[in-house]
Design a protein around this ligand. Structure first.
Ligand code: IPD
Ligand code: CA
Ligand code: CA
Length: 263
């Protein structure tokens, strides 16, 4: 497999898709809700996913595509080469803010993350990684992460998980929020993963993410030594929804051990 050629191909496809998203702001955007009222999707999410699928199916007919909007393949095993795509991660931000959303893509071979991309479309910031070859922010190589104590860490966590909820004991999370240096919530899991990998925040956790939210970011995170697991400490689930945490090495343990009590 010529991974260098696939890497160049994927990068140019993502840049082209980013351009399409930027010019979409000049036309009317149709907004729908999915299963839940606040789970939004637009015609642009769908068009961008279809654009990727058309190209990939044409140029790599034996690769499979696992896309959020469902135009790709039915995926129930990780065999072969799978492109895991979120055409717009942070759709609510795309609609309300016209910024703070990303294209997220991970390319896996038999379940192993080979290439990972997160493109912050409005800032034209590109995070990417090639297995064992390092991770990059634009053309700058990202350094390997060192541990940071919780007291000096910025944690990416959504307020829903700090308030009482059905999935996790919130009191230890409240304690973590008090103890850490600060918290942030950007509304795009992929961007939050990119921020952990580039040292802008120190950990990010969520109680419910899908494979396409995290597939690209996991490849990037591994290359800088960040630890990505579910909240039980197991490898991230790439075939369905699960809990998720990515953090600097020691901090990952500290958070899981002291502050995560799943219900
Ligand atoms: C969502 C974003 C959000 C996360 C949600 C995801 P979408 O993706 O990543 O930050 O909290 O769980 O579903 O729907 O905007 O692609
Ligand atoms: Ca998403
Ligand atoms: Ca999406």
């Amino acid at each position: 497999m010529n991974w260098g050629a696939i890497d160049r191909y994927a990068k140019s496809l993502i840049k082209e898709a980013g351009h399409k998203i930027r010019i979409s702001f000049f036309s009317t955007i149709d907004i729908d809700s999915k299963a839940e009222a606040n789970d939004l999707v637009t015609n642009i999410d769908r068009e961008i996913e279809r654009f990727f699928i058309r190209r990939i199916k044409n140029d790599f007919p034996d690769h499979r595509i696992f896309g959020e909007e469902g135009f790709g393949d039915e995926i129930d095993s990780l065999e072969g080469i799978i492109w895991m795509l979120d055409p717009i991660d942070g759709t609510m931000n795309f609609i309300h803010q016209k910024r703070n959303f990303a294209i997220s893509l991970g390319i896996y071979a038999d379940g192993i993350g080979m290439l990972g991309y997160i493109y912050d479309v409005m800032n034209d910031d590109f995070y990417h990684a090639f297995k064992d070859e390092g991770a990059y922010f634009n053309d700058e190589r990202l350094p390997v992460l060192e541990n940071t104590p919780l007291e000096e860490a910025i944690i990416g966590v959504n307020a829903s998980w700090v308030a009482p909820n059905r999935k996790i004991e919130n009191e230890p999370i409240v304690e973590m929020v008090h103890k850490c240096r600060g918290t942030r919530s950007y509304g795009s899991a992929a961007m939050e993963l990119a921020y952990v990998s580039s040292g802008r925040i120190d950990a990010y956790l969520s109680l419910r993410l899908s494979p396409w939210d995290i597939a690209g970011g996991i490849v990037i995170a591994h290359e800088v030594g960040a630890i990505a697991t579910n909240l039980k400490g197991e490898p991230p689930h790439l075939l369905g929804q699960d809990t998720f945490i990515v953090a600097r090495p020691g901090l990952h343990d500290e958070i899981l051990r002291n502050y995560i009590k799943l219900k």
